[in-house]
Design a protein around this ligand. Structure first.
Ligand SMILES: [Zn+2]
Length: 69
């Protein structure tokens, strides 16, 4: 069983019902529950992450030209 930090117990706990998930950024994480209080725990693993992530942001606000008519 993987271990994670429970924010409610403020202690390291075993993660029960652990499910490995891959996040959007390609990193792997383990999602499960605290055996003591049942709080959802989330542990991010040091998985494969694109080192130099080419951030191609295409969210530029285009200037609106006032229609002078
Ligand atoms: Zn807990």
């Amino acid at each position: 069983m993987p271990e994670g930090y429970c924010v409610k117990c403020k202690a390291k706990k075993e993660i029960v019902d652990a499910v490995e998930e891959t996040m959007k950024n390609g990193r792997k994480a383990i999602k499960g529950k605290c055996p003591t209080c049942g709080t959802v725990m989330f542990k991010i693993l040091g998985g494969k992450a694109t080192a130099a992530a080419s951030a191609s942001e295409s969210g530029e606000a285009q200037p609106v030209k006032p229609a002078s008519d």
